[in-house]
Design a binder for this molecule. Structure first.
Ligand code: IPD
Ligand code: CA
Length: 258
């Protein structure tokens, strides 16, 4: 018999494909993008709302007893909880940059169990279930073997939620240690790029659960090292994230001090 987590993994993969197709209608101009700002550098488009509404509707039909927390529609933590970011990398989406994704996670009693990160404009679907490995378009993925920070490429995420000086401090310490520092403006994709061995780390001083919950499962299953992001009230209020190639973990954590 298929267990309920496997049923959820299968269902959410299909829902992510549908959600990606809806988001693509806005990205390609079939529907009006209708860009607005929630705050400085905090972007919103009509695509975010329409995509989240669809995901909520489909989850509600299939798993009516599960709770939902979404970036646009809110929600509260519960034992069986879906955490949704309908479009992560909205600034990229609004600028017609293809580096954005739909991110959906299932968390049971505070433990992230399933993660799906789908980047339709890139044709990439990352999926993982705790204890069952991580895949990209059906092929197993693994974090990089990098052990020398002087060969490492590390993304430092940025938002207006923390002072610029703290962000610049982390960039400076990583660069001084020899890392190449980048920022590609989607936390969820930043995490799965570590999982796929494309980069060696993703670090951000504060990030919301909808940005990282799915990527967390995928990165962990791919062998990346992660901090205890879900400690405390992270689901509702966020936490710092540090996700690295396993052999760089101690050094990067010591360098950035989180
Ligand atoms: C943001 C992106 C960004 C990260 C921010 C997030 P949004 O989400 O993931 O890369 O650094 O912390 O808020 O606004 O694109 O959904
Ligand atoms: Ca986001």
């Amino acid at each position: 018999m298929t267990d309920t987590l496997e049923l959820r993994r299968q269902a959410i993969t299909g829902i992510a494909l549908e959600a990606g197709a809806i988001a693509m209608r806005f990205f390609t101009g079939v529907e009006q993008l209708a860009v607005s700002m929630k705050g400085a550098q905090d972007w919103l488009t009509a695509g975010d709302g329409a995509t989240e509404t669809h995901i909520r509707k489909r989850l509600g039909e299939i798993f009516p007893d599960d709770a939902i927390l979404g970036e646009e529609g809110g929600g509260v933590a519960a034992d069986d909880l879906w955490i949704i970011d309908p479009i992560d990398g909205t600034a990229n989406f609004a600028h017609h940059d293809r580096n954005w994704c739909v991110s959906i996670a299932f968390v049971r009693k505070g433990v992230p169990e399933i993660g799906v990160v789908y980047a339709p404009a890139l044709g990439e679907m990352f999926i993982a279930r705790r204890g069952h490995g991580a895949t990209l378009n059906g092929e197993a993925i693994k974090a990089a073997p990098t052990n020398d920070i002087k060969r490492a490429s590390i993304e430092v995420g940025w938002s207006m939620r923390r002072p610029q000086s703290s962000y610049l401090g982390i960039v400076e310490t990583l660069m001084s240690a020899g890392a190449s520092v980048r920022r590609s403006a989607s936390g969820a994709l930043g995490m799965v790029y570590v999982a796929a061995g494309r980069t060696d780390g993703y670090v951000e001083l504060h990030i919301n659960s909808w940005d990282v919950a799915a990527g967390y499962v995928i990165a962990r299953e791919a062998g990346a090292s992660l901090n205890d992001y879900f400690a405390g009230d992270a689901i509702m209020t966020g936490n710092p994230i540090i996700c690295t190639a396993p052999r760089l973990s101690d050094l990067v954590r010591k360098t950035v001090g989180i």
